[in-house]
Write a protein that binds this ligand. Structure first.
Ligand code: FAD
Length: 396
């Protein structure tokens, strides 16, 4: 691992959010000797579970890690078996059972989200991430700088502000009035830990990689491995989670409610619900409008979900966040942000260069994600997804 060079920047750079995007940006800036501070709402690195696996794409997630000088460590953390894919319907009929290296999974190694985040965190200069600093308000000052107010009662002023704070970004309103909209899909997050040992049948149904079990606008979708992470997803109105009257914090009640929703699914699939761990978490899928963009504004930009949150059905969000972060950091380096001269103008040119490439890229991915949602959630699923993967219609 390259150690970050001694930071020498003359300007104060704040990255809000220590997700994958914010951390990649910080790491690449530091490798080039540019100091920055990452303000994170969470109290500590382990205060929240980070979810299941991610497959990182060559041109985005993997490119980011190469640029960050972390690719070799990343390779040691991947699990090649995770490139498998299984597509089933509610009866348990297996339509696709793809081994590692076959088809679309090839060259997209899977890594556990926590392992990836820890790799990035450990690569940063000590003290880079300031935990327990939830931004509650961000205000533009007259000279292009910004003031950040934190929930813990403190405040700071920064020269360059990078919003990497996800779907409900507090930085976004400085640039755009857009608000993420509900995509029509709600899901219940399920986990089966130590699956190969404790739930071998479930591990076999899911496989080590990605599972799509789809029928009737419903899905059991997620990743296998040591711990299975699944979403039991439904196309339902936005208030369904609350209007259902279910106490989702009561695992038994949540399991029973889900088993009712998936009542005509095969037992091997509903066993994934029956045997999940305590703690079922309800979540809703939101997306910004496709093509979301903003006019350039001095001293501030967005990356990742803060800029273009989209539904997860093209598997692009984390990859894009990492690519955004890479391109933004490299643009700041290229424009000499650490030379101590004419910093504000140089930063503006770098932001404009980054945004000009990011907007069309995000638009294309958001279109693919919206199309992916309709491939997965239809009356006759998984037909459309099978057509997509095989490249030919399975029915007239
Ligand atoms: C079910 C599901 C499955 C997915 N599967 C995939 C996949 O297979 N492949 C893929 O590429 N993508 C996937 N995604 C998308 C991916 O998770 C996101 O796009 C990615 O995490 C975005 O990274 P980010 O760094 O922009 O934001 P985030 O990961 O959301 O990080 C934002 C950070 O900012 C912090 N924060 C938030 N608000 C504040 C505040 N006010 N002040 C300070 N800190 C704050 C948060 O605590 C968090 O640490 C999936 C998403 C979902 C919901």
């Amino acid at each position: 691992m390259h150690s970050p060079a001694t930071p020498s920047t003359a300007i104060a750079i704040a990255i809000v959010g220590a997700g994958l995007g914010g951390l990649v940006a910080a790491r690449i800036l530091q490798v080039h000797g540019i100091a920055c501070t990452v303000y994170e709402a969470d109290a500590a690195a382990d205060s929240r579970t980070q979810g299941g696996s991610l497959d990182l794409h060559e041109e985005s997630g993997q490119h980011a890690l190469r640029t960050a000088g972390l690719f070799e460590q990343f390779q040691q953390l991947t699990h090649p078996q995770g490139e498998t894919m299984r597509v089933l319907d509610k009866t348990g009929t297996v339509f696709i059972d793809q081994a590692p290296g076959e088809g679309g999974g090839a060259g997209r190694p899977e890594i556990d989200r926590t392992a990836l985040r820890d790799l990035l965190l450990s690569s940063l200069a000590p003290g880079t991430v300031v935990w327990n600093h939830k931004v509650t308000a961000a205000r533009a000052l007259e000279d292009g700088r910004h003031e950040l107010a934190f929930a813990n009662g403190t405040a700071t002023t920064v020269d360059l502000l990078i919003g990497a704070d996800g779907t409900w970004s507090r930085i976004r309103p400085l640039l755009s009035g857009a608000v993420p909209q509900y995509c029509g899909i709600s899901y219940l997050e399920l986990r089966l830990s130590d699956a190969p040992t404790r739930h071998p049948d479930a591990a076999a149904v899911v496989g080590p990689g990605i599972l799509f079990a789809l029928s009737d606008n419903k899905a059991l979708m997620g990743h296998g491995g040591q711990n299975i992470h699944l979403g039991a997803s439904l196309r339902v109105p936005q208030d369904w989670i609350t209007a259902s009257g279910v106490d989702w914090s009561d695992t038994d009640a949540a399991r029973n409610a889900l088993l009712k929703e998936f009542g005509d699914w095969s037992a091997e699939l509903t066993d994934l619900i029956r045997h999940c761990d305590q703690g079922i978490v309800p979540r809703l899928i939101f997306a910004l409008p496709i093509g979301h963009r903003w006019e350039p504004s001095p001293g501030v930009t967005l990356l990742g979900d803060a800029a273009h949150v989209m539904s997860p059905y093209a598997g692009e969000g984390a990859n894009l966040a990492m690519l955004d972060a890479t391109e933004l950091a490299l643009a700041l380096v290229e424009h000499g942000i650490n030379t101590g001269q004419a910093q504000t103008n140089q930063a503006q040119t770098a932001l404009a260069q980054y945004e000009a490439a990011m907007f069309p890229r995000a638009r294309a991915a958001a279109e693919a994600s919206a199309a992916g949602l309709d491939l997965c959630f239809a009356d006759d699923s998984p037909r459309a997804l099978l057509d997509f993967f095989t490249g030919m219609p399975t029915s007239p």
